[in-house]
Design a protein around this ligand. Sequence first.
Ligand SMILES: *[C@@H]1O[C@H](CO)[C@@H](O)[C@H](O)[C@H]1NC(C)=O
Ligand SMILES: *[C@@H]1O[C@H](CO)[C@@H](O)[C@H](O)[C@H]1NC(C)=O
Length: 207
Amino acid sequence: MKGLLLLCLLPLFGGQRSSACPHPCSCKGNQVNCSSMSLKSSSLPTSFPAGTTVLHLHNNLLTSLPNGILDDLASVHSVSLHGNPWVCDCGVLYLRAWLLRQPPALKSHVGVNCSSPPSLRGRLVVYLSEREVLDSCHYWYCDLALASQVCLFVFVVVQAGLLVALIVFLRKFKRLSKEAKRTTEESFTAEESPRENEYAPLRDSST
Ligand SMILES: *[C@@H]1O[C@H](CO)[C@@H](O)[C@H](O)[C@H]1NC(C)=O
Ligand SMILES: *[C@@H]1O[C@H](CO)[C@@H](O)[C@H](O)[C@H]1NC(C)=O
């Protein structure tokens, strides 16, 4: 079953990683040229041919690199990334990590500088400290994490309140039911005894 699923999925992945030149770039042998095409991070091809050796991405409008986009390119030895308005917040961490892995001699990091936030403008991405990047990091998922923590706290408080209310209610209920039991017993015996007295003479007379 698993094998069958894999067989069905393989052509999908195979199709994605085809050797076709990704639109709108031009290709010459294993060189893929996507430079000066006003490419934004959202309009960047999702993958490149597996055999790519040289990849031009410079002079575009890229603000970040999608996570993992360069990881499968085993034979790549040059990627040009300069001349893009990189945004140096959480989203730059993948680009920074990739640049750090490149041999310094390739000079992949040259000209890869931040255009925002203002405090990091003009800084080379590869020399940013992790602290600096995380400090300027205001992403919706950070807010989401905070919101969910607050929600969790509120839930816990509400649950504790409900638990206390339940305990108080149960105690009150216990007391009330005890009281009710006592009063019914009392009224029962109070009701029963005169009747016994009523019947007593009858029973006495019948015998
Ligand atoms: C890459 O493409 C751009 C835009 O079409 C062109 O100006 C540039 O000369 C090309 N570079 C190479 C190395 O082919
Ligand atoms: C980034 O580097 C390029 C090339 O070195 C330079 O022309 C550009 O002015 C720099 N950008 C900023 C914001 O400093």
